[in-house]
Each structure stands twice: as structure tokens, then as C-alpha cells.
Design a protein around this ligand. Structure first.
Ligand code: ADP
Ligand code: MG
Length: 315
């Protein structure tokens, strides 16, 4: 397709770092040796220019984010990432862009000992698809379907910060918020937390579409409901300022692109979770409780919010 083989050789091909990679880039298939006693966890995500990222985003940030969103999916299952493939569609064979992309990609891949073992390179409108594979011990994967009445609901990190970053990038805020732009363009997937939550969390999901939407998936698949305390949801001072200025108190819960984990645990695990957040240096908080009554109820300092007019399907 005009992207010559030498480019693939120089930009994508690196000696494998993992001993379980038996054959990597350069042949018709890659060969890997999965671990005994583990299931393979597999996830794939596509990022399309103009839909999932602003066309002017730096290639380095895009390389980071494309892998980060997949790492986040594996984290939500409690899986340890191992190998990935990369299908990339490029408007032109600009080697400089590709080198930048791979810098962002490789730095994050290295941090999580993920090897790029194959892929496909074509010409067309910019889009990036990564498939990530990893290991989870048989029977220990975290699912969306295990939340029980009385379980506590936690989130890691600052909620809605990436959404604030998007407003900032689009110049829709009266102030710049560099740490929100960082949250948008370089999210840090909670892989370590996900692995630690094996055997602890009753349900887990990563927040990509917004806390309310993603928590609703847990509620639906677990056949339960929940109450959330709005004031407990961890947010930055910039976010609190934004909410005060706009009166849009649901913004952080619907903004999306957080790539934080939302999970439920039995009540007697509360101290374990607090200790683990502290040990990992994560912001994070207890935000609510699972209840038998279906649906999601929002409270602000003890008063239930009337959310029926918002047209949000899960209220
Ligand atoms: P094929 O015709 O067998 O699909 P390709 O010419 O598409 O082979 O790719 C040659 C090799 O380079 C393959 O091993 C493929 O996995 C790898 N490769 C191609 N594009 C990428 C990419 N974007 N990232 C990683 N590996 C790639
Ligand atoms: Mg090919």
C-alpha cells in the first residue's frame, strides 16, 4: 500500500522483550505461549481521528492513548497485559509522525512489559486499532455482573478530569487546565489496581463513557441498583470551580474518557481498599452503595437530586 517494508522494519520491529514471544513482527503470524492455569484476556479498541481524538493531537500523545485505553480494559478485568497488535491507517507515510507515535506507544508498552508482536499498515483517513492480550488466572477475572446488595462502590482517580481537558483543548473554558489536558491526552491505566482487585472486587468496569453510563452497566448486568453521593466523587479544584460556574453538577459524571476503575467490594473490604489507594498513591473514594431497588439515585449532601428531566436513560 505504498508504505514500504523498510518503514515497518525500522519503526515497528524491535527485539521481543518477553520470553513468551516465540515469533514476532516479520512473519505471517506471531506466535506466543500463553501461561498454564490462566485465561487469555483479549480486548480491541479503535480510535478514529475527529471522533475519538482531535486531529491536531501530537502523535506521541496518540501513541500513548491508543495503548492506554486498551490497558484500561484489561485492568478492568484484573488481567496482566502481555502482547498487542497494531493496525494503523495513515493519510501519508510521514515517517516523522510515525516515529513520534511509536515513542508514546513504546514508553507505555515498556512500562507494562507489553510487546508489539504484529499489525497492519494501510493508507487512508487516520485511525488506530490496537488489540491487547493478557493473562488472568482461571476463574479470577473481574466481571461487570458480580455486584451484590450492600456492596460499596469505589472509583480510582479524579472523575471527569479528561472531559474538562477536552473543554480546555477546545478553548471552551475561561482558564487553562494543564493537568486536565494531561488526563485527556495521557491517561494512566490502572493496571496494578486491577490485578490487586482480583478476589476482592465483586464487579469492576473502566470508565470510558462516563461514570454514570459505565456504573449503569454494572447495575444492569448485576441486576441491582445504587445510590451515589455526589459530594464524595473525587474531583480536582479546577473541576469544582467549573461546576460552580456552570451549575452543571453532573458534568464530571457524564464527561467520559476517564480510564479510571469503578468497582464494588463487600463492606468488610473497605479498609483494604483505602490502604491500597494510599499504597498506590491514587486518589480514589467510596462514592456509594449497591441497593436492591433497580436504577441509580443521586444524592447531594443527603438530598436526592431530581434527575428525571435530564433524559438520562438509567434514572
Ligand atoms: P502480511 O502481508 O503478511 O499481512 P505485512 O506486509 O502487512 O504482512 O506486514 C509484515 C509484518 O509486519 C507482519 O509481521 C506484520 O505483523 C508486521 N506489521 C505490519 N504493520 C505493522 C504495525 N502497524 N505494527 C506492528 N507490526 C506491523
Ligand atoms: Mg498485512
Amino acid at each position: 500500500m505504498g508504505i514500504e517494508f523498510s518503514l515497518i522494519e525500522t519503526v515497528f520491529k524491535k527485539p521481543p522483550t518477553r520470553r513468551d514471544v516465540l515469533l514476532s513482527i516479520g512473519d505471517d503470524c506471531a506466535l506466543v505461549g500463553p501461561r498454564e492455569g490462566y485465561h487469555l484476556a483479549i480486548s480491541v479498541d479503535t480510535l478514529v481521528s475527529g471522533t475519538h481524538f482531535l486531529p491536531e493531537v501530537s502523535p506521541k500523545c496518540l501513541g500513548h492513548k491508543a495503548l492506554a485505553v486498551n490497558l484500561s480494559d484489561l485492568a478492568a478485568c484484573g488481567a496482566e497485559p502481555a502482547w498487542c497488535t497494531l493496525a494503523i491507517t495513515l493519510p501519508s507515510g510521514d515517517p516523522e509522525w510515525l516515529v513520534g507515535f511509536m515513542q508514546g506507544f513504546s514508553a507505555l508498552a515498556q512500562q507494562h512489559t507489553v510487546d508489539l508482536i504484529g499489525g497492519d499498515t494501510t493508507r487512508g483517513p487516520l485511525s488506530v486499532t490496537i488489540q491487547l492480550m493478557g493473562h488472568v488466572p482461571v476463574g479470577e477475572a473481574l466481571l461487570r455482573s458480580g455486584a451484590k446488595v450492600g456492596d460499596l462502590i469505589y472509583v480510582s482517580g479524579l472523575i471527569g478530569e479528561a472531559g474538562l481537558g477536552l473543554l480546555s483543548r477546545r478553548k471552551l473554558l475561561s482558564f487553562e487546565v494543564p493537568q486536565a489536558i494531561e488526563a485527556l491526552e495521557r491517561p494512566l491505566p490502572r493496571v496494578e489496581l486491577g490485578v490487586l482487585l482480583r478476589g476482592i472486587a465483586s464487579a469492576c468496569i473502566d470508565i470510558s463513557d462516563g461514570l454514570l453510563a459505565d456504573l449503569s452497566h454494572i447495575l444492569d448486568q448485576s441486576n441491582v441498583g445504587a445510590s451515589l453521593a455526589l459530594e464524595k466523587i473525587p474531583s480536582s479544584s479546577a473541576m469544582r470551580h467549573h461546576v460552580r460556574m456552570t451549575g452543571d453538577s453532573l458534568f464530571p459524571l457524564t464527561a467520559g474518557d476517564d480510564y479510571e476503575l469503578c468497582f464494588t467490594v463487600p463492606k468488610d473490604r473497605a479498609k483494604w481498599v483505602e490502604d491500597t489507594f494510599r499504597r498506590l498513591g491514587l486518589e480514589g473514594a467510596l462514592i456509594g452503595e449497591i441497593e436492591a431497588t433497580p436504577g441509580l439515585r443521586l444524592y447531594s449532601n443527603g438530598n436526592q437530586l431530581q434527575t428525571d428531566r435530564l433524559g438520562y436513560e438509567h434514572f
